[in-house]
Design a protein around this ligand. Structure first.
Ligand code: AMP
Length: 377
């Protein structure tokens, strides 16, 4: 396929969640067709795609036939198995490439890569089996034990208070390959959502300040309220990560800002990220349009942020006492409602988000929190 991939072409998305949905909305607005592939039916992505394919990731024949119907494949879910990506890549370009997925879909590989490349990361030790418990003392306690594979939103992780608690904690996580991390005493968490094009050009959405609740992102503030020099450092680290991994597409770098004011990389996500959702309403080019531009070999768009913004997630918990009071949110003229089309509201499940735009970030935070409060039944 010769570049660039232009309107009228078809983009394949692996994964069916809200990130694919917002990508598909951006792509369709620009005249592209979108085909989604995931094991589920009536997914957030599939609902707005031109075609929804429902099949297991392990069905490599279906994957190859899916790939033959699109001009490029990207993904919205990084836990797609490597053989799936390899099968698709036999037929069309997959962006970012399988090597990016392979590195970032497993915490141990990701952290080992980052540390090896000289990036600042949280101190950690690999736990392959009981024989590794002895080395764990080096980390200090309390510590956090995380499964190496398939973790997100705090799933598959547990706090370990004392060395003697480690064996039990590891058993409770299923005695699988894991990573034991030092508990970072951070002053805040920030992230950089960035994109890299086919010829290496780079664009970023600035530094976003993130507040979690129960390990799930709750509130993002853009731009982050951190010193400019630290923000510049975070962007440079993100740039170096995207270059080092040879990313074509969007990747988010999540950081801890330690009490002493230095940055540690916590995690990479090789796709648009929850902390970049503000860009859909607040930036000249959203992270989703940027993903499209990058994977299609188009020039990247300006990421200029038009107004300070704050975003809160709407989790399934909001539905605990009945349907949220949607009419209330429209009383906030600076607040934008996004819903992902999920029919079942489970606690902790991301159902939608709100973004507020205002003259200052503090005002945006006040607006977005008030709007979410008003939604409570
Ligand atoms: P993760 O799934 O690794 O991104 O973890 C989700 C959230 O848990 C992070 O955003 C932090 O708020 C918290 N967390 C994870 N790892 C650590 C750590 N090593 N020290 C302190 N907090 C952590």
């Amino acid at each position: 396929m010769s570049l660039p991939i232009l309107p009228g072409s078809t983009i394949g998305v692996l994964g069916g969640g809200q990130l694919g949905r917002m990508f598909a909305l951006a792509a369709r607005r620009m005249g592209y067709r979108v085909h989604s592939y995931s094991p589920e039916l009536d997914t957030p992505t599939g609902q707005v795609a031109n075609m929804e394919v429902t099949a297991p990731y392990e069905d490599l024949d279906r994957i190859r036939s899916f790939a033959s119907g699109v001009h490029v494949i990207s993904f919205e879910f990084e836990n797609v198995p490597s053989p799936t990506v390899a099968a698709a890549a036999e037929v069309v370009p997959v962006r970012p490439g399988g090597h990016v997925l392979h590195t970032t879909q497993q915490r141990l590989r990701e952290k080992t890569f980052l540390r090896g490349a000289g990036f600042p990361v949280t101190p950690f030790v690999p736990i392959h089996g009981e024989e590794d418990f002895a080395a764990a003392g080096a980390i200090g306690f309390p510590a956090i034990l995380k499964l190496a594979a398939f973790g997100y939103d705090g799933k598959g992780q547990t706090r370990v208070e004392r060395p003697e608690d480690l064996p039990g904690a590891w058993q409770r996580l299923g005695a699988q390959e894991a990573i034991l991390e030092a508990l970072v005493d951070f002053s805040c968490e920030v992230s950089v959502v960035a994109a890299r094009g086919v010829s290496g050009e780079f664009a970023h959405h600035g530094v976003v300040e993130n507040h979690h609740r129960n390990h799930i992102l709750d509130l993002s503030i853009a731009p982050a309220r951190i010193p400019p020099a630290l923000a510049a450092e975070a962007v440079e680290l993100a740039r170096a990560v995207l270059e080092c991994l040879d990313v074509i597409g969007v990747l988010c770098v999540e950081f801890f800002v330690t009490r002493s004011g230095s940055l540690l990389i916590n995690e990479l996500a090789p796709r648009p990220h929850n902390s970049g959702h503000f860009s859909f309403d607040a930036s000249l080019t959203s992270q989703f349009e940027q993903q499209l531009r990058a994977v299609c070999g188009l020039p990247l768009g300006s990421t200029e942020q038009l107004r300070p913004a704050a975003m809160v997630n709407l989790l399934g918990d909001l539905w605990a006492d009945g349907e949220p009071r949607w009419a209330e949110v429209y009383r906030f003229p600076q607040v934008k409602l996004h819903l992902y089309g999920k029919t079942e509201a489970r606690p902790g499940r991301k159902m939608g988000h709100l973004t507020a735009l205002a003259a200052t970030v503090d005002e945006a935070v006040a607006q977005v929190l008030a709007a979410r409060d008003a939604l409570r039944p």
